[in-house]
Design a protein around this ligand. Structure first.
Ligand SMILES: Cc1cc2nc3c(=O)[nH]c(=O)nc-3n(C[C@H](O)[C@H](O)[C@H](O)COP(=O)(O)OP(=O)(O)OC[C@H]3O[C@@H](n4cnc5c(N)ncnc54)[C@H](O)[C@@H]3O)c2cc1C
Length: 308
C-alpha cells in the first residue's frame, strides 16, 4: 500500500467509512466483469463523500466513482485507482412534491418512495438498476421519460473540494449526457419535483413497464444494459439485427438473442471478449449501414488504448 493510500484509509477510518482492500470489480458491476482495484470505499452520506473524495483529489490519488455499477465495463487487469462507491441513504420529502436524495440511493428505492407518497413522474425509471447519482450523471431514461424531466437541482462536489448547487437548467442534460459526463464533478444529492397522482395509477404504470422490461430484456444474464447509444435517426438494436449480428459470440460475450442492443455475459466473459465483440458489431454496422455506434457503458481501465 502506498503512503498516500494509507493516509486515505486512515481518513476513512476516522469517518467511520467501510474500506475493502483489493476488491474485484466484477463483484461491484452488473456485467460481473473486472479485476482488482487498489481499494474500495463505501460512502453512505454527503459528508463522507466531501471529506474522502476531496482528500483523494487534493493528494492526487487516482479514483473512480461508482454507484450501482450498472453502466460500467471494467478491465480484468484491474486498476491502480481507488473506487468511491456511493450507496445507501433514504429519500426525504422537502416540500409537498419535492424529494431529496443522497446520490447513493438506488433509483428503485426513490421510485418506491414516490409511489408511497402518491407522487408521479418517475414511473419510467422503475426497473433501471442504478443509483440516483449514476442516473443523473448520464441522464438515464426509458419509455419516453428521462431524469431531466423531473430533476430540479443537484448538489455536486468539484475536484477542489467546493460544493456547488446547480439548477436543472445548468446541467446541460441531453440524451445520455450531462455536465457531469465531462466535468469530473461528483453528484452528491439531487432534488426531484413530481406531481400528485393516484397511487393505483402510478403502481399500474410501474408494473406495466417492469413487465415490458422482463419480456424484452435478457435480465437473466449479467450485462450493463444497452451496449450502444441510440444513433440519431435509428435504433441500435434494429441496426444490429438488420446486419445479422444477433447471437454473435466472442468467448463468453454474446449479442443477446432476446434483445440485440444488449451484449450479455454468458458466464465467464472477459473484458477483452466484450471489447472484441463491441468492435466487431461497430465495424459491421458501420460498413453495412453507415451508422457509427457509440458505446454506452463507461470503461474502467488503466490501459492507454481503453482510456476514455
Ligand atoms: C439490465 C439493465 C437495464 C438497464 N436499463 C436502462 C434504461 O432503461 N435506461 C438507462 O438510461 N439506463 C439503463 N441501464 C444502465 C444503467 O442502469 C444506468 O445508466 C444507470 O443510471 C447507471 O447508474 P449506476 O449507479 O449503476 O452508475 P455506475 O454504473 O456505477 O456508473 C456509471 C457512470 O456514472 C458515474 N457516476 C455514478 N455515480 C456518480 C455520482 N454520484 N457522481 C458522478 N458520477 C457518477 C460513474 O463514475 C460512471 O462513469 C440498464 C442497465 C442494466 C444492467
Amino acid at each position: 500500500m502506498t503512503d498516500k493510500l494509507k493516509m486515505l484509509v486512515s481518513e476513512a477510518e476516522k469517518s467511520g467509512c467501510k474500506v475493502v482492500f483489493e476488491p474485484f470489480l466484477r463483484d461491484y458491476t452488473t456485467f460481473r466483469i473486472g479485476g482488482k482495484a487498489a481499494a474500495l470505499f463505501e460512502l453512505d452520506n454527503v459528508q463522507k463523500c466531501e471529506r474522502l473524495i476531496t482528500f483523494a483529489a487534493k493528494n492526487s490519488i487516482p479514483y473512480f466513482i461508482f454507484g450501482k455499477g450498472s453502466n460500467i465495463l471494467a478491465d480484468d487487469n484491474g486498476t491502480n485507482a481507488v473506487i468511491f462507491r456511493l450507496s445507501g441513504g433514504e429519500p426525504e420529502l422537502i416540500g409537498e412534491n419535492t424529494v431529496r436524495c443522497f446520490a447513493g440511493v438506488p433509483l428503485v428505492k426513490l421510485c418506491g418512495f414516490a409511489l408511497e407518497n402518491g407522487l408521479c413522474g418517475l414511473e419510467f425509471a422503475y426497473g433501471i438498476p442504478g443509483s440516483v447519482g449514476g442516473a443523473v450523471y448520464m441522464n438515464a431514461g426509458a419509455y419516453g421519460g428521462e431524469i431531466k424531466d423531473v430533476l430540479t437541482s443537484v448538489k455536486a462536489l468539484d475536484k477542489d473540494g467546493n460544493v456547488h448547487d446547480y439548477t436543472a437548467e445548468e446541467l446541460e442534460m441531453s440524451y445520455r449526457c450531462s455536465r457531469f459526463t465531462h466535468s469530473g464533478e461528483v453528484v452528491l444529492s439531487a432534488d426531484f419535483t413530481l406531481q400528485k397522482a393516484d397511487k393505483d395509477g402510478i403502481k399500474a404504470r410501474m408494473t406495466e413497464l417492469m413487465e415490458k422490461r422482463r419480456s424484452k430484456q435478457p435480465l437473466e444474464f449479467p450485462s450493463a444494459g444497452s451496449t450502444f447509444k441510440r444513433p440519431q435517426g435509428a435504433f441500435a438494436a434494429q441496426l444490429i439485427e438488420e446486419c445479422g449480428l444477433k447471437g454473435l459470440t466472442v468467448g463468453g460475450a454474446q449479442v443477446s438473442e432476446k434483445h440485440s442492443g444488449f451484449v450479455i455475459n454468458r458466464g465467464n466473459a472477459s473484458f477483452e471478449d466484450v471489447m472484441e465483440l463491441i468492435g466487431k458489431v461497430k465495424e459491421a454496422v458501420e460498413s453495412k449501414t453507415g451508422y457509427r455506434l457509440e458505446c454506452e457503458p463507461v470503461i474502467i481501465s488503466d490501459r492507454e488504448e481503453y482510456k476514455v
